[in-house]
Write a protein of this length. Structure first.
Length: 109
């Protein structure tokens, strides 16, 4: 029994030391070039729950690729929101110091 507990303790330490896959995203914000709010959905291509304005800060919780489309499950201030189209999100990599703002709509460029 004690050897089982030792193995369990070692495995628990190893799992705890694995960085979150989503920590690689850093700070993310909505950058929709269409100038319209970005739809937040129940699932990729699902029903629209709400929208996010350009520049809204989001946290990536999960991701999924369907065909050529990259979808992100996001939260804001710890509140889980839903799925958004990943092409309209820009993430600052951890340690990156450059400041960037959302794109302007195509008609304003």
């Amino acid at each position: 029994m004690t050897s089982f507990l030792r193995v369990f303790a070692v495995l628990a330490c190893l799992v705890a030391s694995i960085p979150s896959a989503f920590a690689a995203y850093g700070e993310c914000y909505v950058d929709d070039p269409t100038g319209t709010p970005l739809n937040v959905r129940t699932a990729p291509n699902g029903t629209i729950l709400t929208t996010l304005a350009n520049g809204s800060i989001v946290e990536v919780v999960d991701e999924m690729k369907i065909g050529q489309k990259h979808w992100l499950f996001v939260a804001r201030q710890g509140e889980r929101l839903g799925w958004i189209f990943g092409a309209y999100v820009v993430c600052k990599q951890p340690g990156e110091t450059r400041e960037a703002g959302p794109s302007q709509p195509a008609e304003q460029r």
